[in-house]
Design a protein around this ligand. Sequence first.
Ligand code: NAP
Length: 307
Amino acid sequence: MQYDYEIAIVGAGAAGYTAAIYAGRSGASVVVFDKGMGGGLAVEAPKIENYPGFKSITGIELMEKMKEHAIEYAQIKFGEEVKEIKVMEEGVEILTNKDKYFVGAVIICTGSKHRKLGVKGEEEFAGKGISYCATCDGFFFKGKKVAVVGGGNSAVIEAIYLKQIGCEVYVIHRRDELRAEEALEKEAKEKGVKFIWNSIVKEIIGKEKVEAVKIRNVKTGEEKILEIDGIFISIGEEPQNEIAKKAGVKIDENGYIIVDEMGRTNLERVFAAGDVTGGVRQIITACAEGAKAALAAMKIIGKRSPF
Ligand code: NAP
């Protein structure tokens, strides 16, 4: 069969880059599409200390290294967004905002996007005191009073980062116990991050930009106003599953693509890896999933593969 590329990978994050390296090294011609500049959400991590081989590295540095590695084995098309994939008997048609391609198999590594609070003021003050990434925007709030919403690893890491750059930091969490690792909680408390427990944000308030948040205590029903200069919303992520859904790939009740242990979906020529498939959502596991999906995909394009 005459393919433009044997394997197409959608998304240049940890899963996508690793899939590209494995597919390329297995002898396939590979293209990777990314609607932006690649790296995925990992580029937002101020510090990564659990990726083997690197005691401490920033997300940007680690993803840059992965990109340099993947470029050896694949053509990477940044700024090219995959709009639709059409699965056919002999291959998969990929429609992007720029062109059309015919490939043997596709590996969906589209990752996830930041979940929104969905409260009054969130849309209005987007980019005017509301951020979803402390590493990206924290600089603008140096020395100011900020709130971080959420109780997971990301929220606590962001709070520590903001404290380190001189902010007065309040973490607003809807329960009285964090989801984040204990070590992070300890570090945050030691560094002086303050916690507002059992509380949800009802409204983000301001004139030209964010000036305060209205918080409601879910136990007592009490509402109060906390004056702040900025708010960092860190309440988890949602899978970017749009192209998969449209193509008929099965997803679970939380929107994650359903895969087997080798990244196979319900469609023969479609594989998936990384955060878009849920699971533990770590950089290292996204890499492992990308590798497995690439190896499994070899069979479908007629390459030697034990998987
Ligand atoms: P997460 O673990 O899903 O945590 C989301 C937090 O936001 C939870 O505390 C949740 O509260 C809260 N939340 C969710 N929806 C909310 C809403 N509508 N209003 C208020 N609060 C809400 O997300 P994450 O911290 O972004 O992490 C995502 C994944 O990446 C996780 O698997 C995490 O372990 C991983 N990660 C790992 C590291 C690392 O260094 N190992 C660093 C960052 C992220 P509840 O707790 O009440 O549900």
